[in-house]
Design a protein around this ligand. Structure first.
Ligand SMILES: C[S@@+](CC[C@H](N)C(=O)[O-])C[C@H]1O[C@@H](n2cnc3c(N)ncnc32)[C@H](O)[C@@H]1O
Length: 274
């Protein structure tokens, strides 16, 4: 078994979280990520070299910090909306449903391609409570019809938007807003500069994944649907721990990057609501 294309990128983020779990002072401390990585390594049918998934030393904490901040935004929504459907789009092998504590009244749905959902059934334990893992492309026009629209929704999508064609991504967001009476979309995205530079990144080149949807600021997102409002817009440099987390060379580069607006705004986290 060998993952390729955009599906292979989930190995890079899984490795980042697993390495963070092994760190002396982890940012995320996701033991499920470590167990999942170990299970893959022990499986002779799985062809993967985690030492070569395109993360430079120090980058694993950036992966963990991004995940931790998305978890915070998710927890905030769930605290205010305890009766909610969570759509965790492009879940990959992420165990977010275990990290983000939620009550009996939350319906949690992990969504990714059918092959990935089949894989995660053997590698990531299902959390307690109302849980479904749904195998579909998120851009398929039909899958949302299966999801009850009986209350608010929290849509979480980490490491997804940049891999979607722009038109497909905008249509997906529009469908979500039109399907649910209210909700929030929590996700990360790359700017046009971020997409251009990421195409040269080792993890992207090795996987063969295609990047397309670049998002340059909240106005672009709010233009997707008249009901959408941007409540949170952060760039990676705003995230606690981001600048201090890398190696010395990485820290120097990060400090320089942080002074150049086009580089500072390469990766953003958003919370949109309607
Ligand atoms: C960078 S990985 C992120 C995975 C996970 N969110 C994480 O942080 O580990 C990208 C994920 O997006 C999924 N993906 C990309 N395009 C998709 C689509 N159209 N429908 C469903 N999943 C998709 C891939 O299968 C992969 O799991």
């Amino acid at each position: 078994m060998k993952l390729t294309g955009v599906q292979a990128t989930l190995l890079t983020t899984l490795y980042g979280r697993a390495m963070d779990a092994l760190a002396d002072k982890p940012f995320l401390g996701d033991q499920h990520a470590l167990a999942t990585m170990r299970a893959i390594e022990a499986d002779p049918d799985f062809e993967v070299d985690f030492g070569n998934v395109g993360l430079r030393p120090g980058d694993e904490s950036a992966v963990a910090i991004r995940a931790a901040h998305i978890d915070v935004l998710a927890r905030e929504f769930l605290a205010a909306n305890p009766v909610t459907t969570v759509l965790h789009l492009a879940c990959g092998l992420d165990s977010r449903a275990h990290r983000v504590e939620h009550g009996q009244d939350v319906r949690w749905i992990d969504v990714d391609y059918p092959e990935i959902i089949a894989l995660r059934k053997n590698l990531v334990p299902a959390p307690p409570g109302d849980y479904t893992a749904l195998g579909t492309s998120v851009t398929d026009p039909d899958w949302l019809a299966e999801v009850p629209a009986d209350g608010p929704v929290l849509v979480v999508a980490e490491g997804l938007t940049m891999y979607l064609d722009t038109a497909d991504g905008r249509l997906l967001f529009r469908r979500l807003v039109e399907h649910f009476p209210s909700g929030a979309l929590v996700f990360d995205s790359l700017s046009a500069t971020g997409v251009k530079l990421s195409k040269r990144a080792k993890a992207i080149k090795m996987s063969g994944a295609r990047l397309d949807w670049a998002i340059d600021g909240p106005q672009e997102l709010e233009s997707i649907h008249p009901d959408l409002r941007c409540a949170v817009a952060l760039n990676a440099f705003d995230l606690e721990g981001f600048v201090v987390s890398t190696t010395l060379a990485g820290r120097l580069a990060t400090r320089v990057f942080g002074r150049i607006p086009a580089l500072r705004n390469m990766l953003s986290l958003y919370r949109l609501q309607w």
